[in-house]
Design a protein around this ligand. Structure first.
Ligand SMILES: [Zn+2]
Length: 138
């Protein structure tokens, strides 16, 4: 089995999902072939829950990785990343392949750009240089 897929499936086993019981694992492959995993970590105040994709990418960034080749998300039914994760994957990884896998091993692959058409990103921010001017005098 592809080691990135295996890593995502293994990470799913570590998910902290006592409230939803919806366990998710993710694994990101860095440009140099390192594989870094994440799992969802739920909080009793649900809004603080962190998705597996963002845990994996945060861990990768923490270890100094800045370039990514692919990401895999493993869940019960091969769910797609939430909107927040799509944005963060796009921001940190660009238009990389993403594979979704369910617990029976069924896979579906696409590009992040297919999941996040017309993304907001640093190209938009570069257009708002006016924000960096001094405030108007009173
Ligand atoms: Zn998410």
């Amino acid at each position: 089995m592809d080691p990135v897929i295996q890593a995502a499936m293994d990470a799913r086993g570590n998910a902290h999902a006592p409230y939803s019981k919806y366990r998710v694992g993710a694994a990101v492959e860095t440009e140099n072939g390192t594989i870094i995993e994440g799992c969802n970590v739920e909080s009793s105040s649900f809004g603080l829950t962190i998705c597996a994709e963002r845990v994996a990418l945060g861990a990768a960034i923490t270890k100094g990785h800045q370039s990514f080749k692919s990401i895999v998300v493993a869940s019960k039914d091969g769910a797609s990343p939430c909107g927040a994760c799509r944005q963060v994957i796009w921001d940190l990884c660009g238009n990389i392949p993403i594979t979704l896998i369910d617990e029976e091993g069924n896979q579906e692959s696409m590009l992040i750009g297919d999941l996040l058409p017309k993304p907001f990103d640093n190209r938009n921010l570069s257009k708002v240089t006016d924000l960096h001017r001094d405030p108007p005098a009173h």
